[in-house]
Design a protein around this ligand. Structure first.
Ligand SMILES: *Cc1c(COP(=O)(O)O)cnc(C)c1O
Ligand SMILES: [Zn+2]
Length: 385
């Protein structure tokens, strides 16, 4: 294990990794785990991975958790990267299909690492607000770890997510409101109840699990990063995690300096990052009157907003907002052309690809990766008359 300390992403203050930590004690912003890359680089060469287990724990030296501690794992990561030639002929399009993770979404990556660390550091009751898939992932890994899970969800969260959490043994509370209201309720009660809060970017290790998206992509493309990444953005852990992985891999000398252009795709009914990017803001104001069937994108206010906006600009990428009708249409187009029943969040990226091509922001022949972050099967509510 080569994590040496936690560092605030805003003020730079250092924190001890070996104690349970949420936000920066000085400024209440997210903390990053800082890996001693010189030491990690001496301990392993990138050629070693091919012979290892097909899970994100193959990148163990770059992840938290002491080498002798067994991770809480259900076989997360190691998902297929599929060419999508039928959908797009003029670009070199690939789908990273994250629906094959445990609990059918990429939330499994973050929760495997975060629950492993929370257990190791002595937590016994874990709480999370969830607009959809985070709850199921926490419930599954907490069950596996023998810990209590407390999940707070908006009352109109897709039924599959709610039932999944209950059947995995979590304590589920439905709230009349949005994910931000669920987070506020946990904030009010956590001290009294002895809960450790696992919200997006409010503890440092979910992002470590998500960063394996970046390592995996590089490894699957023989250490050549693609030209463009389209990412359906809610709290932003995937975007921020991948960028951290790119920074680390560049320092390790595993990839060159050339970075993908990162595009954040959101629903027109909840597009705080799109709006902030377009108006040149450094942070994103809370979005009101939120509505979209893509529950993973129903995040009106994200604590990592400033990190996302920085990455989108630094990478020369951008933003796209997509209507729900277009997402649902795109689910069928991708399904019938590529054989995958994708989540509306993933479908939003396919719609975004079309508009970015039409606007000339993606060139003919460029290598583009779309993240299908979840499975269509959890969103049957979107298809009811
Ligand atoms: C959570 C979620 C997202 C958004 O991911 P962030 O990393 O929070 O931006 C996208 N799609 C699905 C299916 C999700 O569950
Ligand atoms: Zn700080």
């Amino acid at each position: 294990m080569f994590v040496t300390y936690l560092e605030c992403t805003s003020c730079g203050l250092r924190h001890d990794w070996s104690r349970l930590q949420n936000l920066c004690g000085a400024c209440q912003k997210p903390l990053f785990a800082i890996v001693d890359l010189a030491a990690a680089g001496r301990a392993l060469r990138r050629e070693k991975f091919a012979a290892r287990e097909k899970s994100l724990w193959r990148y163990r030296e770059l992840l938290p958790l002491a080498a002798e501690v067994e991770p809480v794992s259900l076989g997360e990561g190691g998902t297929p990267l599929l060419r999508a030639k039928n959908f797009a002929e003029d670009v070199d399009l690939w789908i990273k299909d994250e629906s094959l993770n445990p609990t059918q979404s990429f939330k499994a990556r973050g929760m495997s690492v975060a629950v492993s660390m929370a257990k190791y550091l002595g937590a016994s009751k874990l709480a999370v607000p969830s607009a959809g898939n985070a709850g199921g992932a926490l419930a599954a890994y907490a069950a596996r770890a023998g810990l209590e899970a407390h999940v707070f969800m908006p009352r109109d969260t897709p039924r599959a997510n709610i039932i999944e959490c209950r059947e995995l043994g979590a304590h589920v509370t439905l709230i009349d409101g949005l994910i931000t209201d669920c987070g506020a309720e946990i904030g009010r009660r956590k001290e009294r109840e002895g809960w450790f809060e696992m919200s997006t970017l409010k503890e440092p290790y979910r992002i470590e699990g998500k960063k394996t998206l970046g390592y995996e992509l590089a490894e699957q493309f023989a250490w050549q990063l693609p030209d463009v990444i389209l990412y359906p953005t809610g709290g932003g852990t995937g975007l921020i995690g991948m960028w951290k992985a790119f920074d680390e891999m560049e320092a390790l000398d595993w990839v060159d300096k050339k970075r993908p252009r990162m595009f954040s795709v959101q629903a027109s009914g909840c597009a705080p990052i799109v709006r902030a990017f377009e108006s040149g803001e450094k942070t994103a104001a809370e979005f009101s009157n939120v509505h979209t069937c893509a529950s993973g994108l129903r995040v009106p206010k994200a604590i990592g907003d400033f990190l996302m906006l920085k990455i989108l600009r630094e990478s020369n990428g951008g933003v796209v907002a997509v209507d729900d009708d277009d997402m649902i249409r795109m689910v069928r187009e991708v399904g019938s052309k590529e054989g995958l029943f994708i989540a509306p969040e993933g479908a939003a990226c396919f719609a975004a690809l079309k508009s970015l091509r039409a606007a000339g922001k993606i060139d003919i022949g460029e290598r583009v990766v779309i993240f299908n972050t979840g499975s269509g099967i959890k969103y049957l509510d979107c298809y009811e008359p």
